[in-house]
Design a protein around this ligand. Structure first.
Ligand SMILES: C[S@@+](CC[C@H](N)C(=O)[O-])C[C@H]1O[C@@H](n2cnc3c(N)ncnc32)[C@H](O)[C@@H]1O
Length: 196
């Protein structure tokens, strides 16, 4: 979906994504505090959750309205998240991170490979990459076009330079903004480490 679509979405939404994803929280809660980068942060519930736990967080999204909403939400909650407006399929920085994470980034196959390639390059030695997304097998459970959904094997295959620590699909509830909108789907979780 286009940058214009997402920017309008965040300008007009009155049901912000304010709850961190339970799967993401479970994956990172045991990690030592450090620097983190979120690719495709939206309104940044996961980034803000980390910042509240003393992580130094940078969050990237191509929708300026998402970064504006995130910055405002972080300020209101008394934490700092560095927001950057950029395309995650090309984003690079001299800075490297202890944690790079991507949640529900459903892009076309070529774009998601570019995004994961960028994510890998942004990891510090020993850094952890966390990928969470709806699996292709759950296309019928969501309104996301099937070509935007990956398989577990595909995600693992595009991370050849990392040590895979966890890679599975679980059928679980995903909390949605607004009321009565939670849904259940096959969710891919991959946690991988850049070798030292
Ligand atoms: C489904 S939302 C997920 C937001 C957040 N990760 C979460 O879990 O709540 C997808 C986000 O990816 C962003 N996005 C999509 N394609 C992007 C791209 N090529 N570069 C940067 N951001 C992108 C959208 O603006 C949107 O905020």
């Amino acid at each position: 979906m286009s940058q214009k679509f997402w920017n309008e979405y965040y300008k007009n939404t009155n049901a912000p994504w304010t709850t961190p994803d339970a799967g993401f929280v479970a994956e990172v809660t045991h990690l030592p505090t450090g620097s983190a980068l979120e690719l495709g942060c939206g309104e940044g519930a996961d980034s803000i959750w980390l910042a509240k736990r003393n992580w130094e967080v940078t969050a990237v999204d191509f929708a300026p309205a998402a970064i504006e909403n995130l910055t405002q939400a972080a300020q209101t909650q008394g934490v700092n998240v560095k927001g950057i407006v950029a395309d995650v399929t090309t984003y690079q920085s001299d800075e490297k991170y202890d944690l790079v994470f991507l949640c529900y980034m459903h892009l076309r196959r070529d774009e998601r490979h570019q995004m994961l390639n960028c994510a890998t390059k942004l990891l510090s030695p020993g850094g952890i990459l966390v990928y969470i997304g709806i699996a292709q097998s759950s296309a019928a459970d969501s309104d996301i076009p099937v070509e935007l959904l990956a398989t577990l094997d595909e995600i693992v295959a595009v991370l050849p330079d990392l040590i895979i620590e966890r890679a599975d699909v679980s059928y679980r509830v995903i909390e949605m903004p607004g009321e009565n909108e939670n849904f259940t789907a096959d969710v891919i979780t991959v946690r991988a480490k850049r070798p030292l």
